[in-house]
Design a protein around this ligand. Structure first.
Ligand code: SF4
Length: 324
């Protein structure tokens, strides 16, 4: 029996290079070793989203990217959180065993309160309980996380442990699978690549659009003129070369330091390498985009598989509590 992995991601629409290098590649790699459940967490998105008009399109575009990148619906369950309503039922039941003080001390809650003081909704404080429900509804044993997410997973473990102590062992305590996600900086070379910040390169761009985006990247500020000597170690374009053309990094570093290569040429090489890496992804994406019914079918079939597991868990949970 393979161990079960659960991971969720917000519906952010078309994915970018940061998503690809930081999460999607890892999702794809885990598929053979684990029984993987990957979820687009649309209900979580509502805690911070006031305008929901793009939600449906974002889910569709994100799923297109996941599938084109190699997530395989025959190996993994790829579904949308709200398509399995049992998660909200479990969220309510788990909320009854979760002390409010545990939730109020969560650092991300405090950050969100500062970020959106006009919309401090109940969902924001209950977010970790819904996240716990996401994981334990499928009795997932392994959750891939970056170090920064460890406190959230620890809280999920505390909540499931408390339920188990009160009502018997319903849930395995989910274990963290610590993954070193590369921190991919955006085109500004300062902040993490993010759609919201507008510093991203979408996977689904055309080759020409990719070149244009890469040309916008900030480089070593000391290289104002072509003959200025460069410092590749502080240049984000150089860092991106590390992901897409590591074999020529040493050569580029040397040519940058001695001003034998200009930033325009260096960026052209990077754009070319990105386009080469993503060529087959883009072909698969274009094919899938021509079959919207296929995406709908994948999501419906996955939701049905996920629901079968979820219903079993809910039945057991209710029995343990004494509700049935
Ligand atoms: S030549 Fe390349 S590595 Fe050097 S500063 Fe310009 S973009 Fe960065």
């Amino acid at each position: 029996m393979k161990k079960r992995v659960f991971s969720g991601a917000r519906p952010t629409g078309r994915q970018h290079l940061g998503n690809y290098l930081g999460a999607i590649q890892n999702y794809v790699n885990l598929q053979d070793e684990y029984d993987c459940i990957y979820c687009i967490v649309d209900i979580h998105a509502l805690t911070t989203l006031e305008d929901t008009s793009s939600l449906k399109k974002n889910i569709y575009e994100m799923m297109l990217d996941w599938l084109a990148a190699g997530l395989d619906p025959r190996k993994s369950i790829l579904f949308v959180q709200s398509h399995v309503p049992e998660v909200t039922e479990l969220h309510t039941l788990l909320s009854m065993v979760t002390p409010l003080s545990w939730l109020l001390r969560v650092p991300t809650f405090k950050e969100k309160v500062k970020l959106q003081p006009q919309n401090v909704n109940y969902g924001l404080v209950g977010y970790p309980v819904l996240m716990t429900a996401d994981i334990v509804l499928y009795k997932a044993e392994v959750v891939p996380v970056g170090e920064d997410q460890l406190p959230h997973l620890e809280l999920a473990r505390e909540i499931s442990r408390r339920f188990n102590n009160l009502f018997g062992d319903a849930f395995p305590e989910p274990q963290a699978k610590l993954t070193t996600f590369p921190l991919v900086l955006g085109l500004d070379g300062k902040e993490k690549m993010s759609k919201q910040l507008g510093n991203d390169i979408e996977l689904a761009l055309s080759e020409e659009e990719t070149v244009a985006r890469v040309m916008e990247a900030v480089t070593d500020p000391a290289r104002r003129y072509r003959n200025d000597l460069g410092h590749p170690e502080i240049c984000n374009v150089f860092r991106l070369h590390g992901y897409f053309s590591p074999f020529q990094q040493d050569d580029l570093a040397e040519r940058c330091r001695t001003a034998q290569i200009g930033c325009v040429e260096c960026k052209e090489i990077l754009a070319q390498e990105i386009n080469t890496t993503l060529r087959s992804f883009r072909e698969r994406r274009a094919t899938l985009a021509g079959k919207p019914q296929y995406i709908t079918d994948v999501l419906a079939e996955a939701a049905s598989r996920a629901r079968a597991i979820a219903r079993e868990t809910i039945r057991e949970v209710k029995q343990r509590i004494g509700l049935i």
